[in-house]
Design a protein around this ligand. Sequence first.
Ligand code: DOR
Ligand code: ZN
Length: 442
Amino acid sequence: MNETLSPIKPPSGWEYHSTEKLALRGGRLFDPSAELDEQTDLIIEKGVILSIGAIPDGWNGEVVDVSGCLVCPGFFDMHVHFREPGFEHKETIRTGCTAAAVGGFTGVAPMPNTNPAIDNPGMVRFQQEQALGLPVDLFPIAAITTGRKGATLTEIGELRDVGVKVFSDDGSPLVSSEMMRHALEYTRMFNLVISEHCEDMSLTKGGVMHEGSVATRLGLPGMPSIGEEIPVERNIQLAEFTGGRLHIAHISTAKSLDLIRRAKDRGINITAEVTPHHLTLDCSLLEGYNADYKVNPPLRTVEDVEALIEGLADGTIDAIATDHAPHAPDEKEVEFISAPFGMIGLETAVGVVHTRLVSTGKLSLSRMVAAFSTAPRAIMGLHEVNLKVGQAANITLFNPDEKWMVDREQMLSKAKNTPFHGWKLTGRTRGVVNRGMAWIRK
Ligand code: DOR
Ligand code: ZN
């Protein structure tokens, strides 16, 4: 791969800085993993953190004032859908990574439900190359089965050799328990992870929203909670039986959380993620038949939302991931029942979680930062990112006091299918530093 590809310019309103000699002045250095919380300067030289502390007299590098901002380990989104190859009209890797950077993410893991699916080393390399020149690390997730058809395992060892850490047929579940057993056994041999979309499609087929009183009132076919909980339980049992590394994607119900909590208490090596939308939105929002709220797993009840917040706060849920799922406007602007599932999330995730969970005292700032940064990297087995001298500078800058309004027309994603349009948020990403460059909002 040509790592020397020249840097791509940030979008308008953003400035590019080299990290040859760059000082971030006056920020609040905040790294829960290093127990660091201190207002001071941070100096980067040749892409590496050179020192922490006041900028020395005679420093002749560039200085950017980041006072008022948190300076955190770079955020990572371990569950996004970029649509290249196959559906570039929805999102490309370049537009997706740009949305990620603007949202504060220095790394992303795109799911393999492209066309063709990402199921061989050539496809992985193709995706990796599309992200060069951007301040965002791209770790493609490869399919568990060829073509995501559920029948034949992909070449897990060869995919590992090109950098794949996680396997998933996301968008679809692994229907066969036998296949899940083998997938966990093989990935275990290489220390790799299975991220599973837990859905029993015999229970959810035809459904378009959470099954319950709102669906009945709206006359829409439902997807019952047990459609998620039964496969969560099955997969926990298979993880226990095989000793494989299971990660449960986008959990949405209180019972799923409870199953995970009990499995963790029994010492089973599983992890879980939750999306910002399952932490903040519930199924009553579907009353207006707005397809921007149509997502899989569906928005659940207020009680589920509250349980998920608690589970994130107490560490039962390890990470926050967006499940950024771009779709074109004409695909979403159809009858609710025919619209595709999915909502975008990269540019709103941090602001939404900060506003609704941290500002309200439901989640500590350190849990939020860990769930966005160190946790997803640890789950994936990626190198640790922290704010220690000598480490490559991989940083998210975030202003917790900045107020702004979500405007889908301003978004950098190609898609506009956000349920957060018009939301007034407190807390906004100011910039990212990674791969020898910094993108900072003017
Ligand atoms: O809402 C969703 N959209 N859920 C998925 O599992 C897949 C995703 C997509 O690819 O659009
Ligand atoms: Zn999924």
